[in-house]
Ligand binder design. Structure first.
Ligand SMILES: Nc1nc2c(c(=O)[nH]1)N[C@H]1C(S)=C(S)[C@@H](COP(=O)(O)OP(=O)(O)OC[C@H]3O[C@@H](n4cnc5c(=O)[nH]c(N)nc54)[C@H](O)[C@@H]3O)O[C@H]1N2
Ligand SMILES: Nc1nc2c(c(=O)[nH]1)N[C@H]1C(S)=C(S)[C@@H](COP(=O)(O)OP(=O)(O)OC[C@H]3O[C@@H](n4cnc5c(=O)[nH]c(N)nc54)[C@H](O)[C@@H]3O)O[C@H]1N2
Ligand code: SF4
Ligand SMILES: [Mo]
Length: 749
């Protein structure tokens, strides 16, 4: 009998959800990882990170034991000791200072992990704090707000139907490096190539000539932060030249006239200077969009993490609507996921819509959205004394001292906390400050299903993976850890019965399912519970969600299909998908219309001619946390500042030598890379670096440290409507670290 076996699982590292094939040898060793050619969505595509799941699994620095701070140092402890320490420290603090004295920060990998996705919310509820923060407000919150207001739920985000479109316009996204976001579409390079092969057109709008731009038909440099102006210019042209035609969707749209009125002020001729794109070009782009037999407009990080993030996110879909592309094949469409999708649950066309700003942050008064506060507020909530001050922090799969603005201030604030708990797999720049660190299992030792990302996929698919490798008995599944913490937070102590708590969670999920229109409506909850997967934990909840979903699927069905189940191409869903209070598409939601004044003001303000900073993603990175894997960091230094040759010459910057970059928030030194791939007046530094701080236990990462670009990002700069951080378009100054005399002046002295 051969000692090797083959296993299939979905890669949990990014939004592409690629299927992987694992060869597992004796002693549960991973021998090889490659793309699963039979995967229902990815068909064998894989990126360098997928293969790095092996070094991640084997990384000796990856935590396998809880850590507890003793005499100032994080030391290994048993699970019981670690939970006892949490119980000793956290509840008394909440008792004395109130529930809001603890803040929670949920990081990005939590969205790629069933345990944290389904049980993180149980912990949050048990903590009972309003100080809830996540990576969403350094990411997609503006899109969640525009989509929520227009279509009724947080993830009602139209996805460009890239496999059928004839025209794809991409703003502020670089899927050939990021592998897509709010767009689950593995192998975007292949998908873009096929658009062009069938005679379609791909247009990229980005202040950098990205890899995606290089594979497109057309690329336009745009001044950072001006997409809303450009998009309004396009919308203006559509109306001005009478190209507007929403098609069948038009019967379900409110607010079209309001938008037409608003667009009047943004003629291409007025916005061109600010955007850096000439008016005739803007008009041509609009005409081509309108003329295409189908077209999808898609915006991502660059359009969200900027001064007008919500307006730009909204205008992307306004453009999809007025050109008749919303909800049509080849346009921008709504996926129909198999499980857990709010816009497939309950009665069609009936919803409560979205209410924002139900409370505000204590110090700055920024509004809540979907129950969370902007993470730009976290440091000030910790370091500003007074009633309601945050004194304890819980991080789950997050590294906010690298990932969020004004990293230096947040680091100082965290150093002043009374207690910090991290559920995480590394001791990194953030978790080094924790009093207790509780590790989760390796991604290969837990089940997987992309509950969130299938709601954003270019094709309807469902794929469940059991653990690839036998779970490690010394590391409890993360959902058990989170429930145990919830028990402590709820006053039941560290010894609370986790299985009993889990039964309550499942019963509540079933109660909701039988109480609303759908396949489970009106059924006996006890009977439904008895039918569910017997393993408990996320599997049981997933089974319940599948049974409440639109495809009559069960977990057993998915387990019988290791390559996933293809549920077909995207189909028109309007009006059924709508969950606004009106049951209509709200093209001109009041809070967004009110924000247009701010954009108009920006049109008046002159440009001061200064430099601005934007970011960039790199294929072999994953935000801040995968730099400890040698295959992903080897080769030439990647954390460099891109500077246009004209700016470099003017400022005396030399390729390969360090520059000092300064913003209102801080100052860093970074090696210069002179390149005309970035537009003049703009510099670019990737985020997620800066691993050379004391206490980090990631040997490889510390040897490839790079610089933390969020030392420059300014926590006072936000998109007003969403409170989302401005990470692109940050005003900066730069100069050589070693001053050089201007060329030719040397001999004179
Ligand atoms: N300047 C700038 N800043 C940015 C961005 C930018 O474009 N520019 N992008 C922003 C975006 S889009 C995002 S999403 C954020 C990301 O911000 P964060 O989510 O705060 O940061 P990550 O680097 O993803 O850190 C993930 C953490 O999760 C841990 N982890 C990994 N897997 C697991 C697991 O299975 N369980 C647990 N418990 N922990 C795990 C890692 O060790 C790490 O500590 O960064 C943002 N920051
Ligand atoms: N390899 C890799 N893949 C990742 C990640 C990673 O860190 N590394 N992170 C994952 C995460 S959490 C996310 S959210 C996604 C993000 O996925 P993407 O949105 O595709 O991310 P980026 O590659 O950062 O692309 C953003 C682009 O916006 C441009 N930009 C900056 N400012 C502006 C502006 O004002 N206007 C316009 N039009 N463009 C602008 C930048 O130059 C950049 O090319 O990627 C995910 N995938
Ligand atoms: S593209 Fe994303 S999902 Fe696919 S292998 Fe790479 S990291 Fe994994
Ligand atoms: Mo993100």
């Amino acid at each position: 009998m051969s000692a090797t076996r083959t296993a299939y699982a979905t890669c949990p590292l990014c939004e592409a959800t690629c299927g992987l094939e694992f060869e597992i040898g004796e002693g549960e060793r991973v021998l090889r990882i490659r793309g699963d050619a039979d995967d229902a969505l990815s068909h064998g595509f894989v990126c360098p990170k997928g293969a790095s799941l092996k070094p991640l699994h084997e990384d000796p620095d990856r935590l396998r034991t809880p850590l507890v701070r003793r005499n100032g140092r994080l030391e290994e402890a048993t699970w019981d000791e670690a939970f006892a320490e949490v119980e000793r420290r956290l509840p008394p603090l909440l008792e004395e200072h109130g529930r809001d004295a603890v803040a929670v920060y949920i990081g990005n990998p939590a969205a790629h992990n069933l345990a944290t996705l389904l049980y993180g919310r149980v912990l949050i509820k048990a903590l009972g704090t309003k100080n809830i923060y996540s990576a969403s407000t350094v990411d997609q919150m503006p899109k969640q707000i525009s989509a929520g207001l227009m279509f009724g739920t947080i993830l009602s985000v139209p996805v460009p139907d890239v496999d059928r479109t004839d025209h794809l316009m991409i703003l502020g996204a670089n899927p050939l490096q990021s592998n897509g976001s709010l767009l689950t579409a593995p192998d975007m390079r292949g998908r873009i190539r096929r658009i062009r092969e069938r005679g379609g057109k791909v247009v990229v709008i980005d202040p950098r000539r990205t890899r995606t731009a290089e594979h497109a038909d057309e690329h336009h440099f745009v001044r950072p932060g001006t997409d809303a102006l450009l998009l309004f210019g396009l919308v203006h042209t559509i109306f001005d030249e009478r190209l507007d035609d929403p098609g069948p969707v038009g019967d379900h749209v409110d607010g079209l006239d309001v938008v037409r009125e608003l667009a009047r002020d943004f003629a291409p001729e007025r916005v061109a200077d600010a955007c850096g794109i000439e008016a005739p070009e803007i008009r041509r782009m609009a005409r081509e969009l309108a003329a295409a037999s189908s077209a999808g407009v898609y915006g991502r990080i660059g359009t969200c993490t900027q001064e007008f993030g919500t307006l730009a996110s909204w205008l992307v879909d306004v453009l999809n609507v007025v050109t008749g592309n919303l909800d049509r094949p080849g346009g921008a469409m709504f996926p129909r996921a198999a499980a857990g999708q709010p816009n497939s649950l309950g009665a069609p066309r009936r919803g409560r819509g979205v209410k924002l700003g139900r409370w505000t942050s204590r110090v700055r008064g920024l509004p809540e959205a979907y129950g969370e506060l902007p993470v730009v507020c976290l440091a000030e909530e910790i370091d500003t004394p007074g009633e309601g001050q945050v004194r304890a922090l819980v991080t789950v799969a997050g590294n906010p001292t690298v990932s969020t603005p004004n990293a230096a201030r947040l680091t100082r604030a965290i150093e002043g906390l009374d207690f910090m708990l991290s559920v995480d797999v590394y001791v990194n720049e953030t978790t080094r400050h924790a009093d207790v660190v509780l590790p989760g299992p390796s991604p290969l030792q837990r089940p997987h299903y992309d509950l969130a990302l299938y709601q954003l996929a270019v094709r309807n698919v469902a794929n469940y993976s059991p653990p690839v490798i036998e779970p490690d008995p010394d590391i409890p599944p993360e959902w058990r850890t989170l429930l145990r913490l919830a028990g402590i937070a709820a006053g039941q102590g560290a010894e609370a019965d986790v299985d009993a708590l889990d039964d309550l969670v499942a019963a509540e999920a079933v109660r909701r399912g039988v109480g609303r229109p759908g396949p489970l409506e009106g059924r006996d909850p006890g009977e439904v519970l008895a039918e569910l997967d017997g393993r408990g934990g996320p599997e049981r909840l997933l089974d319940a969600a599948l049974r409440a979903g639109p495809y009559d699927l069960t977990l057993a069905d998915l387990e019988a299909a290791p390559h996933g189940i293809d549920l077909g191409p995207l189909e028109p869903r309007i009006p059924e998908v709508l969950r606004t209070a009106s049951g209509r598409i709200e093209l001109a939601p009041e809070p967004i219309v009110a924000d247009v004044e701010r954009l108009k003001a920006a049109l008046q303000r002159g440009r001061n001619g200064g430099m601005v900073l934007v970011g960039r993603r790199q294929l072999r990175s994953n935000n801040s946390w995968m730099h400890n894997l040698e295959p992903l960091v080897r080769g030439k230094e990647r954390c460099t500042v891109h500077v246009h040759p004209d700016d470099a010459a003017r400022l005396g910057l030399v390729d390969g030598e360090p520059a000092r970059v300064r913003s209102r928030a801080g100052e860093v030194e970074v090696p210069v890379e002179v390149t005309d791939a970035v537009m003049p007046g703009v510099i670019s530094i990737p985020h997620g670096w800066g691993h050379d701080v004391n206490g980090v236990r990631m040997e490889v990462a510390s040897a490839h440290a790079g610089t933390n670009s969020n030392l420059l990002a300014d926590e006072t700069l936000v998109d007003a409507l969403s409170g989302n951080a401005v990470l692109n378009g940050i005003p900066v100054e730069l100069e050589p670290v070693v001053a050089r005399e201007p060329a030719g002046a040397g001999a004179a002295a």
